[in-house]
Design a protein around this ligand. Structure first.
Ligand code: ATP
Ligand code: MG
Length: 452
């Protein structure tokens, strides 16, 4: 009872059974009714015919002729006179006279009439046709045996039973097909999802066409591939993080050992401790960025937008970064011609801009220039960070937003990045429902433009 095909088949069975039984019953009844009506009208027509002949030419020879005409097994004729006596009969055994004695003596109909119509229980159907010829009157009585009509009904019942059994067989075949077409793919999909839940993503499902089952099977296949890809990505990501963390750790361990050596001058020790400090900062940044990313992957991550003024917001950000810009002798320009309101999560937007400004600082040479520009266009806020730094090779631009992706690993080591900043920026911009675009030329500079 747990199989969907069994449930379907039972519903199908009941519906078809009800439909078929009512149709068969209707058909059966109407065939029998038509056949009986046919018998009645034939009997009436024959009786009327004999009566007409008798009226036209009443004589002994006509009567004989009529009797002779009905000398067959299934039909008998009798002719009575005005006193109700039988003057002639085709039934020489006199059985009919006896059986229908009462009926014959009690005739009073003035028109042709079926006297006995119950063909199921009686051996004959009987019709009476009154006649008046010269001074003679009476009835022409017709008797039609019900054997043939009962035989026909019996035969028909047999046919109906055979077709009933045949339809049961067809229904059973339908059940078997349903179970094959419907249940088997479902069982295979169930097995596939069980495999997936156990961590085995290598599932194969047959092609099931373009119906709902096919769609479902396609979705499971896609899910398996996605999970496989995610697993690979996660492993790759973990390996990269391990690598990223191990590099500063190696420095920390190495330089701390050197710094502990006896006989080092104060200057040398200070130099090594400085390196240890820098590497610790780098590790702290990396861990902070990783935490940001992890938080953003949670589905609960939301931005809470509010209105705030652009000018003061951007000026505060510039104040935060200017000291590090000054160290590298890079000029930071803020271009925000008319003040306007930004609708965003101010803390997140600050994080975005700080990341972009940090990149521009890291990837620009001394004595260059970086511009932070903001304006409103079609109800949207556009913020650009434009630098004249080292630029990004054209074939690398599409990857820079990927987690842990850095242009030339050696280059980033020199600049101290870990390749997470832009991944965080992109997630944050998208969480705002915005977009980020990059234009960059190697050796000439880069422009990052966000629209929110
Ligand atoms: N303004 C820029 N000019 C030139 N290259 C850039 C610029 N911004 C990003 N890049 C390149 O894109 C890569 C990815 O940047 P991303 O900010 O994600 O990582 P990162 O700066 O190396 O490290 P961090 O996680 O500390 O930000 C960088 O390694 C750098 O090579
Ligand atoms: Mg960065």
């Amino acid at each position: 009872m747990n199989k969907i095909s069994t449930k379907l088949a039972i519903c199908f069975f009941i519906v078809v059974l009800i439909m078929e039984s009512s149709l068969m019953y209707y058909l059966h009844q109407s065939i029998i009714h038509t056949r009986a009506e046919e018998e009645f009208s034939l009997l009436l027509a024959n009786g009327a015919n004999h009566r007409d002949v008798l009226i036209e030419n009443y004589s002994d020879s006509t009567i004989k002729h009529i009797i002779l005409m009905e000398k067959n097994e299934n039909r008998e004729v009798m002719i009575t006179n005005s006193t109700g006596d039988i003057i002639s009969s085709s039934d020489k055994s006199y059985m009919l006279q006896e059986e229908y004695q009462l009926l014959i003596s009690d005739l009073n109909n003035e028109k042709d009439k079926i006297l006995v119509s119950d063909w199921r229980n009686s051996s004959y159907i009987v019709s009476a046709h009154p006649y008046k010829a010269n001074d003679q009157s009476g009835y022409v009585l017709m008797f039609q045996s019900t054997t043939s009509i009962n035989q026909m009904v019996n035969n028909m019942n047999k046919h109906f039973i055979i077709s009933g059994i045949a339809s049961f067989i067809v229904l059973f075949i339908v059940y078997a097909l349903l179970s094959k077409i419907l249940t088997r793919p479902l069982i295979r999909m169930k097995e596939a999802t069980e495999k997936l839940s156990k961590g085995d993503f290598n599932v194969s499902l047959p092609y099931l066409g373009k119906d709902e089952l096919g769609d479902l099977s396609g979705s499971i296949y896609k899910l398996a591939n996605d999970l496989e890809r995610l697993k690979d990505e996660r492993n790759e990501f973990l390996a990269s993080i391990a690598h990223e963390l191990s590099t500063p750790l190696t420095y920390l361990i190495g330089y701390s050992k050197i710094a502990m050596r006896k006989g080092l001058s104060e200057e040398e020790r200070e130099h090594y401790l400085e390196i240890i400090g820098e590497e610790s900062d780098r590790m702290k940044d990396l861990v902070k960025n990783l935490l940001d990313l992890a938080r953003m992957d949670e589905t609960s991550f939301t931005v809470s937008k509010e209105y705030f003024w652009a000018n003061s917001f951007l000026e505060n950000i510039c104040k935060l970064v200017v000291p590090s810009y000054e160290v590298k002798k890079i000029r930071l320009n803020l271009v925000c011609e008319s003040d306007f309101q930004i609708y965003a999560d101010s803390i997140r937007l600050e994080q975005i801009i700080l990341n972009l400004l940090d990149n521009s600082l890291k990837y620009s040479n001394e004595n260059s220039e970086v511009t932070l520009k903001a304006y409103k266009k079609d109800e949207k806020t556009i913020i650009s960070v434009i630098d004249t730094g080292i630029g990004i090779p054209a074939d690398e631009i599409e990857f820079i937003f990927e987690k842990l992706y850095r242009v030339e690993k050696s280059r980033s080591r020199a600049y101290g990045g870990s390749g997470i900043g832009l991944a965080v920026v992109k997630e944050l911009v998208e969480a705002h429902g915005g977009t980020i675009e990059v234009k960059s030329k190697l050796g000439e500079g880069s422009t990052f433009k966000i629209t929110i």
